[in-house]
Ligand binder design. Structure first.
Ligand SMILES: Nc1ncnc2c1ncn2[C@@H]1O[C@H](COP(=O)(O)OP(=O)(O)OP(=O)(O)O)[C@@H](O)[C@H]1O
Ligand SMILES: [Mg+2]
Length: 245
């Protein structure tokens, strides 16, 4: 592997102690000119490989901000972040995009599919950016769509799919680069009960297959399925509990 990244100073990769995510004293201040919003105030978070963590908390508490930092969509104002043992705080935009594309699969509340592309082409996108060849791209996209039960919808555009189907395309896309972690922000937030439940089952299955999941959710049905629930209030972790424990 040829990461444009530096190893941790002490040489010990986070992955070696089983933690794929290690955050230390992470803060995030949004500066909108007029006011500064302290969205995160010193977050310490460790997530082990193969964990399924639900992040819960009131609106505006900083859940999406945290998930975006975990997924390298944004950078912290201060603190240390190791993803798979590699330093990510301080990387520039291109380096972050590279880490994100290879290591992270994102699933959003509003699906974020490209409307002009078919389901198949949407799933191919991250592989296009990841430099996967055309033939392999197509084959892997077809496989992923089959796995989420959409083999008969590959040529449909997003407007020709139901919400639940769109979210399954988004999950197939998230899996396309075989990332270390799947991150989801309110993945069932825009779905009816039935489709939401299908998406929950699909995410649970991914966990059972050994993947690492971090999911922001208001949905009790979904947080109940997680192995661990982390509660955020006013930009800080106020509770971190093993589910059912
Ligand atoms: N781009 C931004 N610029 C300025 N302030 C922001 C920005 N994004 C979020 N905030 C502020 O940061 C705080 C945390 O927002 P965040 O979106 O992380 O909350 P959340 O927990 O995901 O809420 P919700 O459950 O409503 O999605 C809020 O006070 C919000 O107004
Ligand atoms: Mg949010």
């Amino acid at each position: 592997m040829n990461w444009p990244l530096t190893r941790r100073k002490n040489g010990s990769a986070g992955a070696s102690n089983g933690h794929i995510i290690e955050m230390r004293s992470i803060t995030k201040v949004y500066d909108t000119g007029k006011i500064q919003v302290e969205a995160l105030r010193g977050i310490d978070l460790e997530v082990g490989r193969g964990e399924f963590v639900a992040i819960v908390g009131p609106s505006g508490s900083g859940k999406s901000t945290l998930l975006n930092l975990v997924g390298c969509l944004d950078t912290p104002s201060d603190g240390d972040y190791f993803l798979g043992g590699e330093v990510v705080a301080g990387l520039d935009k291109d380096q972050l995009a590279d880490v994100r594309n290879r290591r992270v699969g994102f699933v959003f509340q509003n699906f974020n599919l490209l409307p002009q592309l078919t389901a198949l082409e949407n799933v191919e996108m991250p592989m296009l950016f990841g430099g996967v060849g055309r033939k392999q791209r197509r084959q892997r996209a077809l496989e992923q769509l089959e796995k989420v039960g959409l083999a008969d919808r590959v040529d449909h555009k997003p407007t020709e799919l139901s919400g639940g189907q769109m979210q399954r395309v988004a999950i197939a896309r998230a899996l396309a680069m075989e990332p270390d972690i799947i991150l989801a922000d309110e993945p069932t937030g825009n779905l009816d009960t039935g489709s939401g439940s299908d998406v929950m089952s699909l995410l649970s299955e991914l966990w059972e297959q050994g993947r690492t999941l971090v999911v922001v959710t208001h949905d009790k049905g979904l947080s109940k399925r997680a192995g661990r629930v982390v509660e955020i209030r006013d930009g800080a972790v106020v509770q971190d509990e093993v589910n059912g424990g």
